[in-house]
Design a protein around this ligand. Structure first.
Ligand code: IMP
Ligand code: MG
Length: 183
């Protein structure tokens, strides 16, 4: 049957094939950079779950994974500035080389908060890997070490990214029609 979510998409920005190429490229780079290290991938739920699942399989060295969940967005498309931990990590970070895996770096407020909190737990190192970067919207100073692609200042969905918890299951990434969120 046809994908009924397609009608809400204005424009496809990254096809499933392009997303595959991006994750393979980052996986290759991470594999090279973390040789002999104690790599722990930390996925920030829920937006990064699809990227995480693909990225970990593109990594060719041993690693561990863990998940944490924070909420900084309500049902809208703009950050509230409030970051709340709703699920913490299971693993004690001491001695691990942490790679935080995010879906999108927007204002940076979410990541800024997460980085400070995780650094206080004495990991061996902390780096950031984000699938998408929206540099125009940056408020907090955050530098991503691995970036899949830069995106324009538009609200995008798919491949884990949601609007009001939907569209995460689209296999591609597209711009949502503004009428869907009343823009
Ligand atoms: P920040 O704190 O503003 O950097 O917010 C980052 C979080 O906002 C991401 O992890 C996403 O969950 C969400 N977000 C930011 N921009 C978009 C978008 O265009 N589509 C879907 N979610 C987004
Ligand atoms: Mg998110």
């Amino acid at each position: 049957m046809e994908n009924v979510m397609h009608k809400d998409i204005e424009k496809v920005l990254f096809s499933a094939e392009q997303l595959h190429e991006i994750t393979e490229r980052i996986g290759e780079q991470v594999s090279f950079d973390y040789q002999g290290k104690n790599l722990l991938l930390v996925s920030v739920l829920k937006g990064s779950v699809v990227f995480m699942a693909d990225l970990m399989r593109a990594i060719k060295i041993p690693c561990r994974i863990d998940f944490m969940s924070v909420s900084s967005y309500g049902a809208g498309t703009k950050t509230s500035g409030v970051v709340k931990i709703t699920k913490d990590l299971d693993i004690n970070l001491e001695g691990y080389d942490l790679l935080i895996v995010e879906d999108i770096l927007d204002s940076g407020m979410t990541l800024h908060y997460i980085i400070e909190m995780l650094k206080a737990r004495h990991p061996a190192s902390v780096r950031i890997c984000t699938l998408f970067d929206k540099p125009e919207r940056r408020v907090a100073e955050v530098h991503a070490d691995y970036v899949g692609a830069q995106v324009p200042d538009a609200f995008i969905v798919g491949y884990g990214l949601d609007y009001d918890q939907r569209y995460r299951n689209l296999p591609f990434v597209g711009v949502l029609k503004p009428e869907v969120y009343g823009g």
